[in-house]
Write a protein that binds this ligand. Structure first.
Ligand code: GLP
Length: 260
């Protein structure tokens, strides 16, 4: 696990560098796309680079992490629409190149199985962008999630619904109770995971992710078992790390040729 502590702008540029380099050697790469506010700087940077002709997504595919159950097809907070708005429509993904779990399916269990199969059929995710919830969830794998889980239906915690109420007029009652999410084992199948977190509200979850014991209580800790994880933090998100000075000096001494 590599931990980088820098400004949000520097972090977005680093993640965009990793995606740009990947697409340069593998134009048909499969990208894992996250929602939430954390990746927005990365998406802005990718859209800027696309407009400048530096990167193309024309042959790439995208798989979303999660989706609310039951939000209407045209609801602005339906994650499929959020991803379309924040990144897919701003670059040159082919139509239908970005997929998400179908939170409107009649048979949600079958929809989850289909989604797992589609990821495998695409060759697996090359680079997964991840945020983290203040309770340590990744995707919507809430505390208590099986560390071996695959895409399935989950019930959101009160904490997550409170956190996400800001996207629903501040009204927790408008936040769906259920979601479909890639499981922790699904996320762990990605070849490179780039997790970005900013702000003090994430500091405790980040402390557990980087320095805690692996436990379903803090689901992101499973990433300690992944061979290639880049954790991108601003100083506030890194503020509870015991090893922060070590991570800063390691990154300062990193050879320039070595990307994330
Ligand atoms: C949401 C999403 C996650 C996201 C997390 C943090 O509920 N399902 O994918 O990483 O919560 O969101 P934010 O980046 O807005 O803090």
């Amino acid at each position: 696990m590599e931990v980088v502590i820098a400004t949000p702008e520097e972090l977005a540029a680093l993640a965009a560098d990793a995606i740009q380099s990947l697409l340069a050697v593998k134009p048909g790469a499969v990208l894992g796309l996250a929602t939430g506010s954390s990746p927005l700087g990365i998406y802005d940077e990718l859209a800027r680079r696309y407009a400048a002709g530096q990167v193309s997504f024309a042959r790439a595919r995208g798989f979303m992490l999660d989706e609310y159950v039951g939000l209407a097809a045209d609801h602005p907070e339906r994650y499929r629409n959020v991803i379309e708005h924040e990144i897919a429509s701003r670059v040159d993904f082919a139509p239908d190149a970005v997929q998400g779990p179908d939170g409107l399916a009649d048979d949600l269990v079958a929809a989850c199985a289909r989604y797992e199969a589609a990821i495998v059929e695409a060759g697996g995710v090359d680079l997964q962008i991840l945020g983290i919830g203040s309770d340590g969830h990744v995707g919507f794998n809430e505390p208590g999630s099986s560390l071996a889980s695959r895409t399935r239906i989950k019930t959101l915690t009160e904490q997550t619904r409170t956190d996400n109420a800001r996207f629903f007029d501040g009204d927790i009652d408008q936040v769906p109770r259920h979601c479909l999410t890639q499981g922790l084992a699904t996320i762990m199948s990605a070849r490179h995971i780039v997790l970005i977190a900013t702000g003090r509200a994430k500091a405790e979850a980040i402390h557990h992710l980087v320095e805690g014991s692996v436990s379903a209580l803090w689901p992101a800790t499973i990433l300690q078992h992944h061979p290639h994880v880049s954790v991108l933090l601003d100083p506030a998100a890194a503020s509870r790390l015991q090893l922060a000075d070590y991570f800063r000096s390691t990154y300062a001494a990193k050879p320039a040729w070595q990307g994330l």
